[in-house]
Write a protein that binds this ligand. Sequence first.
Ligand code: C2O
Ligand code: CU
Length: 452
Amino acid sequence: MGTGLLSRPGFSSGEASYRLTAGPARALLLPKGEPETALWGFNGRVPGPVLRVKRGEELAVTVENGLEQPTAVHWHGIRIENAMDGAAGLTQEAIAPGARFDYRFTPPDAGTYWYHSHNRSWEQIARGLYGLLIVEEETPPAVDREVLLVADDWRLDDLGQIHEGSLGSLRDAAHAGRLGNVLTLNSQDFLEEALERGERLRLRLCNCANARILSLEFTGHDPWLIAVDGQPVAPRPQAGPVTLAPGQRADLILDAAGEPGSRHPILAHTSGQTLEVGALAYAAGIRRDPAELGPVPALPDSGLPLPHLSSARRVELAMAGGAMGRMESARLDGEELGVRDLVDRGFAWSFNGVAGRPEEPWFTVARGESVVARIVNDTGWPHVIHSHGHHFLILEENGSLPADPIWRDGVLLERGETRQIAFVADNPGKWLMHCHMLEHQAAGMLTWFEVS
Ligand code: C2O
Ligand code: CU
């Protein structure tokens, strides 16, 4: 991909260090010959540089704020130490323009993660302030190479620039969030990936869109799913397109079994449309006979503790609001307000009757306690609920642990759906839980819990 990899000074000594400067960037998001788009990025790129660290090694990132507004960087999905979580206003003060912040942490799990702005993220992510964070396994699975695919959805105006007038639109916030009109992979309107018959690829997919749910399909291929939201799963054939809600990731093994010279579209299915966003384009040569590739390797288990359901703390997260919703009022900064007043202040949603980040935590648990959260989407829209600092399991409908546990940090609930998630609250600190449709988050869908 065009984003490249920074040098890794000190990598051999068990540390990777980077410097990220948030500031103006440009990218050609539209087809060749169209204008470039003025964006915000890290080190002038969108996506920002790929950060790589080996599991168990320390990652040190100095973030410099070259923007004219405060920022902060969140390491999405990392079971990080609380002070490094980047949740502006909760775990740190936002980084003022011209100032810097040193993030330093040792990621406990290998996998595909991402970093992004966590201040005015509805604007800062929409303008491009994000990148991939890859934590390598001590012994990575044998593949010929990795292909990183970062999806985003941009709303551009007639001149190919960010549609400024609709940034922060409460109308979008009360509906599906800010949906765009240009879909890109790695900031390209069409991504052509050259490959050779017989190669084994590891695809790392990440949906960085503010609000768009995407299903990616690699036509002509039968990829295997090996990880979800960074966490390994027992390898399984990926039946059909891979659905990624905003913030979600997936790792796939794709064996290149196409004929030399053939081309296979990469499709994105979204909101009833299908777009061709790229292609796998085979070279004339042959690397090896695909039959020689052997079984798909499993990733090492990350060993997350299974929650104890019988003794778990039981909590509920009830969503309300949005267009066609049934919210009549909600508490905002301690005051009960009707919908009209909420809307005047930029709020359209609530969690458990509270709009925006409450003063008091949603719940407090002792470190090591298990938590079962029942999440109820009684609204007219889908939502993807993301937790900071912890991965969780999605329980079976009858409330039992799944036979084949899949750990996630974001769960998609279609309208009308209810899900129970469970995890061991083993990471002390104050942790956000919010909708990763960033306009929903900004307009009220945000809470936090405390592990003491
Ligand atoms: Cu990826 Cu609180 O966010
Ligand atoms: Cu939402």
